[in-house]
Design a binder for this molecule. Structure first.
Ligand SMILES: [Zn+2]
Length: 299
C-alpha cells in the first residue's frame, strides 16, 4: 500500500514546526523556523505558505496544530491572546484549502498533542485518558471514546484553571487561586528563583537538586504536592484508566514517579488503579497530532 503523505504543521508562540508524516506517524522532511507571531496572523500564515511552497510537494492533506482556541469544525481561530495579534477570526482551513487544493484540518495544540499520544504515543492502549501539559501554564485535554471531548465552545479540559486555592494568587484568566499558579513550571521556577536567581528554568533546577541543594529540594517537594492535588481531584472526577503528563519538566523520569507516588498517597484507594504516564512524543506530539487528524479513528 502506498504510504500517505500528510503535511503536519505545529504553530506555537515562538516557533513553527513542519514535517511530512505517514499514517504510522513516521516523519520526514522536518523543518522549524521562528513564528514571528508578534507580527500578526497574516504575516504568520503568509510565512507558512511561503515555506510550504519552497520545500514541500506531493502531500495529500494538511493537518494543523495551533496555539489559541480553535473551532475545529470550521478550522478557524476563535480566540488568540495578545501574543498573536490579528490571529483571532482567521479561517486557516479555508485559506490553506484554497491555496493548496487538499483537505485541511485544524486543532488546538493541547488537543492535538493528546491525539498524537493516542495514535502514536503513551495513550495507544487507552480509549479514555486525560492529558496534562506543564509549562508556562497547565494545559489539559480529555479523551473519551478515542476522541477529544470539546464541551460547548471547544474549551473543555482547562485543568490549569481549576480553583484549588480560593483567595490565592491572581491568574491571567481573571480568576484567583488557579491550579497553574501553583503547579505550572513557571510556578516552580518562581519559587526556586526566590532561593537563588540562577534557577531560571527546569533544567537548572534539576542540576541544583543533583548538587544537593536541600532548600531547593523542599521547594520541589512543595511543588510536587501542588501538582499532585490537581491529579488527585481529576482522578476523583473522571476515574480515568490513565493520565498522561507532559511538558519539558516531565521529561524528568524521577519527577513523574515523585508526582505519581504523592498523588496515589493522597487519593481514595479505590481510584488508585489510575496509571500516571509520561508523555512519550516530546515536542513532536503536536505535529503527530496534526497528522493524525487525517487518520480514521482507532479504538
Ligand atoms: Zn486561571
Amino acid at each position: 500500500m502506498k504510504k500517505m503523505r500528510i503535511l503536519a504543521i505545529d504553530i506555537g508562540g515562538t516557533s513553527i514546526k513542519m514535517c511530512i508524516s505517514d499514517e504510522k506517524g513516521i516523519t520526514s522532511e522536518y523543518k522549524e523556523f521562528d513564528s514571528e507571531a508578534d507580527q500578526g496572523g497574516l504575516h504568520l500564515v503568509d510565512n507558512i505558505i511561503l515555506k510550504i511552497m519552497e520545500d514541500y510537494i506531493g502531500f495529500e492533506a494538511i493537518g494543523i496544530s495551533t496555539a489559541s482556541q480553535v473551532n475545529s469544525e470550521e478550522g478557524s481561530i476563535i480566540y488568540a491572546n495578545e501574543n498573536f495579534p490579528n490571529y483571532t477570526g482567521m479561517n486557516l482551513k479555508s485559506i490553506f484549502e484554497a491555496k493548496f487544493g487538499v483537505p485541511v484540518k485544524v486543532e488546538n495544540d493541547v488537543n492535538a498533542a493528546a491525539l498524537g499520544e493516542k495514535n502514536f504515543g503513551a495513550g495507544k492502549n487507552f480509549n479514555e485518558f486525560l492529558c496534562l501539559t506543564y509549562g508556562t501554564g497547565i494545559g489539559g485535554a480529555i479523551v473519551i471514546d478515542s476522541t477529544v471531548y470539546k464541551g460547548l465552545n471547544g474549551g473543555a479540559g482547562e485543568f490549569g484553571h481549576m480553583i484549588l486555592h480560593p483567595g490565592g494568587e491572581k491568574c491571567n484568566c481573571g480568576c484567583v487561586g488557579c491550579y497553574e499558579m501553583y503547579g505550572s513550571t513557571t510556578a516552580l521556577v518562581k519559587k526556586a528563583m526566590q532561593l537563588n536567581n540562577k534557577y531560571t528554568n527546569g533544567r537548572k533546577i534539576f542540576e541544583g537538586l543533583e548538587q544537593g541543594d536541600v532548600l531547593l529540594e523542599k521547594v520541589l517537594n512543595d511543588w510536587v504536592l501542588e501538582v499532585a492535588y490537581g491529579l488527585v481531584s481529576l482522578t476523583h472526577i473522571f476515574n480515568p484508566p490513565a493520565i498522561i503528563v507532559g511538558g519539558g519538566v516531565m521529561e524528568q523520569v524521577k519527577l513523574v514517579s515523585l508526582v505519581t507516588s504523592k498523588a496515589k498517597e493522597l487519593m481514595m484507594k479505590s481510584f488508585s488503579d489510575v496509571e500516571i504516564l509520561r508523555a512519550s512524543l516530546g515536542n513532536k506530539a503536536g505535529l503527530l497530532g496534526a497528522a493524525s487528524l487525517h487518520l480514521p479513528k482507532i479504538d
